[in-house]
Design a binder for this molecule. Structure first.
Ligand SMILES: NC(=O)c1ccc[n+]([C@@H]2O[C@H](COP(=O)([O-])OP(=O)(O)OC[C@H]3O[C@@H](n4cnc5c(N)ncnc54)[C@H](O)[C@@H]3O)[C@@H](O)[C@H]2O)c1
Length: 393
């Protein structure tokens, strides 16, 4: 029996990944999407490519989850892509809800699957899916680094006139403008990049790589899909064919690279067990600092790090604000990071815990929680000493 891959979201990236994986001809592919007709139509078209390209047509399209049952790998591309002027982080409010609900539904049908996330903001969406699925960190991770690295490799190949196949490079960190192209690890045919190209030109390539997604959004009015789709397929191949590839992926770190409790891009060994190892590279001081800055940027929309001393303060909640405005409360949630932190009851539990811990604070909860809890809730008022990053009206 062939293996089974589900791709949630039959839009640009999902259909591209389906195309490449179907052409690989070792697994069946199920495309699912909320738009009626879209996954069915794309599946039909992809199947009809089989006789021409020479693969067995086994792609199905659906608007529900029954047909996804028993999937070995589920890729989540569902959600909004960027439009010009938007950062990836601007998508957080909408895509958190989508990725949370999609995760619930895929886990119900495929309790043993491995989940690969593409939806942005990628690092935060990995936290959401891990939290909602309850899966181990080996089975929930994201795609960003393969794409970012492919962009860097392309620019290096153009600059040096070498084949892109002979360019080795690596991009670490969050999938945002603070990503870290690791220049010390970049080589062309084994020769260090710094021996071939001036520092000034290298910095231009680093900058272009970090803003590589935005460059395409400006040109197309939406985000890229060919290279992201190919990157997903490379990860799925590595898992289902147990290839033990070392690839940059967005993984939950627990102390590696000095980072704890945060999803961020690092090289990992990918095989049948999902993430089988996190590979720790030696970084230069500059690169390590850049990775720390990238981690801070990811942190601003995800929970982690040690709890700050809040001093005396009052917290009130109102609905309909944005996730990242909860940032400082999230900082306190370190000890809850593996739980469903986006849900109302857990936020309430944390507030109770704050008081029970004897934290020097007074908590006043006001207003309605939205259906998915803390997601649409924000701190609006405070008294006493607040960390500078607190948002208050
Ligand atoms: N991590 C990366 O490297 C990377 C690269 C490119 C795009 N992305 C992100 O991937 C996501 C998808 O991008 P795209 O270009 O394919 O967008 P797209 O709009 O072409 O496709 C997204 C699809 O998701 C579907 N969808 C929305 N809500 C859904 C739900 N609840 N259940 C099932 N399907 C649902 C939509 O109907 C749509 O067809 C975006 O968030 C984008 O920012 C990430």
């Amino acid at each position: 029996m062939r293996r089974k891959i589900t791709i949630v979201g039959a839009g640009a990236t999902g259909a591209t990944a389906a195309h490449i994986l179907a052409a690989g001809d070792y697994a069946d592919v199920v495309l699912t999407d909320i738009k009626e007709g879209l996954p069915q139509g794309k599946a039909l078209d992809l199947n009809q490519m089989g006789p021409i390209l020479g693969f067995e047509p086994q792609i199905s399209g659906t608007n529900s989850y029954e047909e996804t049952a028993g999937s070995d790998v589920v890729v989540i591309t569902a959600g909004l892509p960027r439009s010009p002027g938007m950062s990836r982080d601007d998508l957080v409010t909408t895509n958190e809800k989508i990725v949370g609900s999609v995760t619930e539904q895929i886990v119900a049908q495929s309790p043993d699957c491995i989940i690969v996330i593409l939806s942005n903001p990628l690092d935060a969406m990995c936290h959401v899916s891990k939290s909602v699925s309850g899966f181990s960190k080996e089975r929930v991770f994201g795609q960003a680094g393969i794409l970012d690295t492919a962009r860097f490799r392309t620019f290096i190949a153009w600059e040096t006139g070498a084949s892109v196949r002979d360019v080795q490079a690596l991009v670490l960190g969050g999938h945002g403008d603070q990503m870290v192209p690791v220049v010390s690890a970049a080589t062309v045919g084994g020769v260090p990049l710094r021996k071939l190209v001036s520092e000034e030109r290298i910095q231009e390539m680093v900058e272009r790589t970090a803003k590589g997604g935005g460059e395409i959004v400006q040109l197309l009015g939406t985000s890229a899909w060919y290279a992201p789709g190919a990157a997903i397929a490379e990860m799925v191949d590595a898992i289902l064919l147990d290839q033990k590839r070392v690839l940059p992926c967005t993984a939950l770190l627990e102390g590696e690279y000095g980072i704890d409790g945060l999803y961020i891009g690092v090289p990992v060994k990918l095989g049948a067990g999902g993430i089988e190892e996190i590979v720790e590279l030696e970084l230069s001081d500059d690169e390590r600092e850049a990775l720390e800055r990238s981690a801070e940027a990811v942190t601003s929309i995800c929970p982690l790090t040690d709890a700050p001393d809040f001093g005396e303060l009052t917290i009130r909640y109102v609905p309909d604000a944005k996730l990242y405005e909860l940032k400082s409360l999230r900082d306190y949630l370190t000890s809850f990071r593996d739980r469903k932190i986006f849900q109302e009851e857990v936020v309430n539990e944390v507030l109770e815990q704050l008081v029970a811990d004897g934290a020097p604070c007074f908590v006043e909860v006001e207003g309605e929680f939205a259906p998915r809890g803390g997601m649409t809730t924000r701190v609006v008022a405070s008294s006493g000493q607040l960390p500078e990053s607190w948002t208050s009206d």
